[in-house]
Design a protein around this ligand. Sequence first.
Ligand code: ADP
Ligand code: GN1
Ligand code: MG
Length: 374
Amino acid sequence: MNTENTACARIEEAIGQFDAKGVLTEKRPYGNGHINDTFLLVYELPEGGKKQYILQRMNHDIFKKPIELMENIVNVTEYLRNIISSQGGEPERETLNVVKTRGGENYYRDSNGNYWRMFLFIERTVCLEKVESAKDFYDSAVAFGNFQRMLADYPAGTLHETIPNFHHTPSRFQAFKKAVQEDKLGRASLVREEIAFALERERDTSVLTDLLAAGQLPLRVTHNDTKLNNILFDEKSRKALCIIDLDTVMPGLSHYDFGDSIRFGASTGEEDERDLSKIELDLSLYETFTKGYLEGCGGSLTRREVETLPMGAKLMTYECGIRFLADYLEGDVYFKIHRDGHNLDRARTQFKLVADMEAKWDDMRLIGEKYQGM
Ligand code: ADP
Ligand code: GN1
Ligand code: MG
């Protein structure tokens, strides 16, 4: 990434603020996140050897309250660290570790007003952009279920809402309709079919929020962005080691975590695949994830939750599709893109998956029934 004249122009200033050990020998853009600017920093230690860190410029167009966001992350990781330690785990590798600035702060605000943070780099791990084996996906399911279980008694009222209505699908639908009506770049006429697909499903958008409002589904502390590249696997044992990207840990429904993992990992193609004939819901992976997730949650999900998980999968996929399409219509201002039409390609894969879920709905429900009571 060219750091001249960009939001990252102050990267050198930021690096100097954090309490990293040794002499900086390498700095490069890192990972495939769609939101923050992520860098890997390598330091040579005076006693020999290297230490690596992740430096991120937080996207504060999206996260309007970066200070509160960091407070969430510090508190949640502190809480997890205690549980991991008490279970004999390795907290430096099994959760994120925030590196403070020399002044003892959890973030640095540069002279251009950008917010930066640093984490210990979690060594000897792999980050997957696509499911490579059913076992990996199963392990990720257990880990996400476990994550929710570990946070079951976390004081949810102390968490700041980092993005209001993040998975409130009816609000996402309204935002989508507004983007269509405004049609800022005159792109709507190019995507009539996709817009119609989204509009036809308005009735689905409120199914989960209505159940929540009626007290039929419990509010939990959830991750809310459970795609496979937000988990690190141990390089050697290939176990799901650490859940990262904690920017959106907030009260939510189990369906959000379940559904977001399914839309990314149980698809037969990548999120931005252009050849839609390659995109389907892999029912076998759907079952694998269901089993692992329920196991990870340790039997804590209610009957009604398990029964309605297929709707979580469908709605999270649909919601992501309308978010990508709205961003395409608004001129690609939210998700990072790497080619023209990238957000449109992403929206199309999500809608193809939604259609395939509708075709496979009975099977999805049967899988839920099979694991009821787990
Ligand atoms: P975004 O919100 O943009 O998705 P993430 O926090 O998910 O940003 O980071 C982007 C990528 O950087 C991750 O997918 C992962 O590959 C890598 N990454 C982030 N934090 C760490 C860490 N502490 N150790 C190792 N890799 C990390
Ligand atoms: C973003 O940050 P990242 O790349 O892990 C987005 C998610 C979307 C996802 C789609 C804060 O996730 O909500 O589902 O892209 N995160 C935010 O790939 O909007
Ligand atoms: Mg991420």
